[in-house]
Design a protein around this ligand. Structure first.
Ligand SMILES: [Zn+2]
Length: 223
């Protein structure tokens, strides 16, 4: 699979989207990171499956290296618009992707994600999915977040680390200029004001870029 392009503008709204969320399921697959990731990544469904599989395999290895065991998400759910699963009593919303801590699952609006994929290339999938798995990883570590923005910036850091790790392992390939585009998009997805205490804060453009780059350049340990 080849990372065609790590998204042009307009990732705005993408990573800002809420990251909470739980169960009428449309499509779901069990996570099985131990197996080979044999999806081809030649179309949207293939890229989503590959991104999920590679990201979980990446984390399974990182946990293993530090003597731990990564627990795959229980479910990986595709929904359409407003028919998504709720999470801990909270309904899901259209045009979003989220990790649900109470159910240990990830769900995404497939139409929304596919529209971005068609518009911007498969980079959209390789940012959104690793970011949400970053939250699934946080749930397994003894993180102590005082503010939501800390959780979100760490997920950006994890996404950067995952992407560079997969590129280094030769699992995915980035094109020239992809990183620049990605940074521009992370900036576009930043909060308009530095209201870091807000419960839905994701970080300013500069903060999101910095977190992603730190993870990208130095790996998960820096996150
Ligand atoms: Zn998030």
């Amino acid at each position: 699979m080849i990372l065609r392009r790590l998204l042009p503008l307009a990732l705005a709204g993408l990573l800002i989207a809420a990251c909470a969320g739980g169960p009428p399921d449309q499509t779901e697959t069990r996570a099985t990171p131990g197996r080979q990731c044999d999806a081809t990544g030649e179309d949207f469904a293939g890229d989503v499956e590959l991104a999920r599989c590679l990201t979980e395999r990446f984390w399974a290895r990182r946990f293993q290296e530090s003597g731990g065991t990564y627990t795959p998400v229980d479910r990986f759910v595709a929904y359409a618009g407003d028919d998504g699963p709720d999470c801990g009593g909270q309904p899901s919303v259209p045009n979003n992707a989220f990790y649900c801590p109470s159910g240990h699952f990830i769900a995404y609006d497939a139409r929304w994600l596919e529209a971005m994929y068609n518009r911007m290339g498969d980079g959209a999938v390789y940012v959104v999915i690793p970011h949400e798995f970053g939250h699934a990883v946080q749930a397994q570590l003894a993180g102590d977040f005082q503010f939501n923005v800390q959780r979100e910036l760490q997920a950006d850091c994890y996404a950067g680390a995952t992407l560079s790790g997969l590129i280094q392992e030769g699992m995915i390939k980035a094109d020239d200029g992809d990183d620049t585009e990605l940074l521009a998009n992370l900036a576009a997805a930043g909060d308009p004001t530095d209201a870091w205490w807000a419960p839905d804060a994701h970080g300013t453009p500069a903060q999101r870029q910095t977190s992603f780059v730190e993870g990208y350049q130095r790996g998960t340990g820096t996150c």
